[in-house]
Design a binder for this molecule. Structure first.
Ligand code: GTP
Ligand code: NA
Ligand code: MG
Length: 298
């Protein structure tokens, strides 16, 4: 669309890899390194995503959604990731879920950066990891290939800056763009029912700008953004492309991987939401599969 004003947007990065290879530790370590305590305001934030800044560029990290969630998101057409970080423990090497992660990333056609983690451990053997990954066409520059490998020890905060630099490098090659001047759409990262606040959903805005007060259709539910909180636990009024936010105001609890779309007109959102709920009820009755929201994104 020629009328679209496309602007650069932050990369959305997902951490993947075998059990216990250090995905969560890596995410914590990046956050500890980049987000100062004062900024977090003492609030223990449980939003499953956050943003950091490296060389003036923002990067959005998604907490590892688990392979099942990732697969389900993908099968429902929700492509949220721009770059995959494949964490491989240097003392353990390539394991079954490492291979699964590679397959997911390849199917989603996203670039992979390999984080060879646990370099501090006795028995760490990064060359073995590199050799094992050659079988999966992830060939390091040391072996004449093009895959970026970063050696690190997440638990000791070692290699974090190198990894972030490489992410920025890959981001620049990807030329990621979005239009902040349109109604928002994106994907539900996680959602739950909170006793006090009702339906609470973490959304990743993928395009457009989401604002407090916006009417939303989300999966098979709908509502209006009552309040919005960013990854630092601060109340915000708007969220642009590649920004994760936690919102309240939905009528029901959506599912991870559900897509959302904002409407300027609340009546329209309500009408579509109610029609979709009705269809969903009928689909359940007739044992048909879930109604897709994809038609709305055409
Ligand atoms: P799952 O979410 O269960 O798949 O695991 P994970 O990949 O998130 O691994 P996690 O971050 O929970 O780390 C697993 C264990 O490895 C923890 O005991 C970490 O402290 C440890 N660990 C992570 N990174 C390092 C590292 O760089 N060096 C050492 N020595 N231990 C590490
Ligand atoms: Na673990
Ligand atoms: Mg973990």
């Amino acid at each position: 669309d020629a009328a679209e004003d496309l602007e650069e947007r932050p990369a959305v990065v997902t951490i993947m890899g075998h059990v216990d290879h250090g995905k969560t530790t890596l995410l914590d370590s990046i956050r500890d390194t980049k987000v100062t305590e004062g900024e977090a305001g003492g609030i223990t934030q449980h939003i499953g995503a956050y943003q950091v800044e490296e060389n003036g560029k923002k990067i959005t990290f998604l907490d590892t959604p688990g392979h099942a969630a990732f697969t389900s998101m993908r099968s429902r057409g929700a492509q949220v990731t721009d770059i995959a970080i494949l964490v491989v423990a240097a003392d353990d090497g390539v394991m079954p879920q490492t291979v699964e992660a590679i397959n997911h990333a390849k199917a989603a056609d996203v670039p992979i950066i390999v984080a060879v983690n646990k370099m501090d451990k006795e028995g760490a053997n990064p060359n073995r990891v590199m050799q094992e990954l050659m079988e999966y066409e992830l060939i390091s520059e040391d072996f004449g290939g093009e895959t970026i490998f970063v050696k690190m020890a997440a638990v000791k905060h070692e290699g974090i800056d190198d990894l972030l630099e490489m992410i920025v490098l890959v981001t620049e090659m990807e030329e990621l763009k979005a239009n902040p001047n349109r109604p928002a759409y994106g994907t539900v990262i996680e959602a739950e029912l909170d006793k006090g606040r009702g339906s609470v959903a973490t959304l990743l805005v993928q395009n457009g700008t989401l604002r407090v007060g916006d009417a939303l259709v989300v999966g098979n539910t709908f509502g209006r953004v009552r309040a919005m909180v960013n990854d630092l636990g601060r109340r915000v009024k708007s969220a642009g492309p590649s920004t994760p936010v936690e919102i309240t105001g939905l009528n029901e609890v959506p599912q991870a991987g559900d897509r959302f779309l904002a409407f300027e007109d609340e009546k329209k959102a309500r009408a579509i939401g109610e029609a979709r709920q009705q269809k969903q009820i009928e689909a359940q009755r007739s044992d048909r599969t879930k109604v897709s929201l994809d038609d709305l994104f055409e």
